[in-house]
Design a protein around this ligand. Structure first.
Ligand code: 2AM
Ligand code: CA
Ligand code: CA
Ligand code: CA
Length: 263
């Protein structure tokens, strides 16, 4: 398979799908909720998922497609190419802010990430990666950065993790990290925050709980940009239904992983 050609095709599909999200007249705020009152989904989440699935199935009938609003993450066949889609990552931002949301596609074959694309629709930033060929932002290569000290790091961190379901010890570790770094940021779109790690805008990003479509594209991108993307907690496993995630520049990643796992 020519993965670069497949990346270009995926970019074309995403660019076409993005019109629906970019055009204010098509901004569909027919909102529903999922697990709780703050877990939003709009008709456009489904529309983009279906648009992309149809395009992919037409062009590549043998490929398998899963996504947050489509086929769920299970029984992925090993013998065929799988597209993992988040049609809108950052739906709350799409509804409330109309910025900082992305379309994310990761393409996997036999368990290995081959192509990752994350498109920030309103900023018109296309983050791309092909396994072994580097990561790019709007066609410009993203290079690995020099290690920095943890005290100078800017980390993507959602304040909710300080008050949520984590145990008191984890919260204490989180509070220590928030105190010790230079600054924290929270953009509300996991895939974009992970792309920012690849681009060097953030030195690390943590989440207690993400689904595969949140990081399928980003994991390839971060690895191609010289960073690390792993579970936050020793014993968790990426690409299970729900998993903690820690991504970062190698040194900062190492420090955060050690703190969170009591080393
Ligand atoms: P979404 O917008 O596609 O739902 C918000 O901090 C980030 O976490 C977004 O990337 C959001 O993706 C994701 N997210 C929100 N609720 C989640 C949940 N219950 N499980 C996993 N990821 C979630
Ligand atoms: Ca969602
Ligand atoms: Ca998501
Ligand atoms: Ca989503």
């Amino acid at each position: 398979m020519d993965w670069t050609a497949l990346k270009d095709q995926a970019i074309a599909f995403i660019s076409e799908a993005a019109h629906r999200l970019y055009d204010p007249a098509l901004r569909n705020l027919d909102i529903d909720t999922k697990e709780d009152a703050d877990d939003l989904v709009t008709a456009n989440d489904f529309a983009v998922q279906h648009f992309l699935s149809d395009k992919i199935k037409q062009a590549y009938p043998s490929h398998f497609v899963i996504g947050e609003e489509g086929e769920q993450y299970k029984n992925i066949p090993d013998h065929t190419i799988t597209w993992i889609i988040d049609p809108i990552d950052g739906t709350t931002n799409y509804v409330h802010q109309y910025m900082n949301f992305a379309i994310s596609i990761g393409i996997y074959y036999k368990g290995e990430g081959k192509v990752g694309i994350i498109y920030d629709v309103m900023a018109d930033e296309m983050f791309t990666a092909v396994k072994g060929e580097g990561a790019y932002l709007n066609g410009k290569k993203l290079y690995p950065r020099k290690s920095i000290d943890f005290s100078r790091a800017i980390i993507g961190f959602n304040a909710r993790w300080l008050v949520g379901s984590a145990g008191p010890k984890t919260k204490e570790v989180f509070a220590g990290m928030v105190r010790d770094v230079r600054a924290t940021r929270s953009y509300g779109s996991a895939s974009l925050e992970l792309a920012y790690v690849a681009a060097g805008r953030l030195d690390a990003y943590v989440s207690m709980r993400l689904a595969p479509w949140d990081y399928a594209a980003a994991a390839i991108m971060i690895s191609e940009a010289g960073g690390e993307c792993t579970p936050l907690f020793d014993g968790d496993e990426l690409f299970t239904e729900s998993c903690s995630v820690l991504a970062g520049e190698k040194h900062v990643h190492e420090e955060m992983f050690a703190r969170c796992n009591g080393q």
